[in-house]
Design a protein around this ligand. Sequence first.
Ligand SMILES: Nc1ncnc2c1ncn2[C@@H]1O[C@H](COP(=O)(O)OP(=O)(O)OP(=O)(O)O)[C@@H](O)[C@H]1O
Ligand SMILES: [Mg+2]
Length: 238
Amino acid sequence: MRCRSRIWALSTTTSTSGKPRSSGAKPIGPLFIAFEGVEGAGKSTQIRRVAAALRQLDIEPIVTREPGGTRAGEAIRAVALDRDLRLEPATELLLMLAARSVFVHEVLRPALEAGRIVLTDRYELSTFAYQGGGRQLPLATVKQLNQLATGGLRPDLCVLLDVDVDRGLARRASGARDRIEGEDLDFHRRVARAYRELARQEPNVALIDARGEIEQVFAAVWEALCARFPETFSPRQG
Ligand SMILES: Nc1ncnc2c1ncn2[C@@H]1O[C@H](COP(=O)(O)OP(=O)(O)OP(=O)(O)O)[C@@H](O)[C@H]1O
Ligand SMILES: [Mg+2]
């Protein structure tokens, strides 16, 4: 679903603060951007950073995460990531997709129909990489079932933060690990390999070198967003 009508912020509209939203006619959405990458790649950090930069442009994005983002989705997340549960790969896949179908129905479609910018922490590329690559379920089946869950709603852009697994895991070494984070190194390496392969195969993926410091990575993310959506993301204000 890529032919959504754009909503335009005109110079005459004002924000709640009374400031003009923009200096001219400026399309602000709908736009659907997913942040992807291995554990500790910096997804949550960069989403927060991009959201803050958008707010400086007087654009309020919807920031959400998967699995989750809805009441049912968060409940499914709790089961899917429960360290005390042993789940079959197919069970894990179907839980992720159950959460996604609610997410698409309750959060994503309404937000995009309202012309909003949605920034999500993980979406379908995670399923392809973790349940396809990591759990080694057949990718074609994973994609087919995902299509059922999303109704074909794909991100305008996936920002894929690329770091090696060891660096990512080291960044978040101190935190408690959920069921998937606690998998062995081989699993996480398969996920990382799958992500890189997906970056080559899938449309609308911006592969970002995420090994540098937070501000350096943010500069690369913002540059990718500016290159892709110059009408919304301005190089001067990043
Ligand atoms: N570029 C970076 N350099 C160093 N540390 C970073 C960088 N980006 C994020 N961090 C730190 O690494 C940790 C993990 O970052 P973050 O939570 O953003 O990753 P994530 O991809 O969301 O991880 P997860 O998959 O576990 O949710 C945080 O403590 C964060 O402050
Ligand atoms: Mg995170």
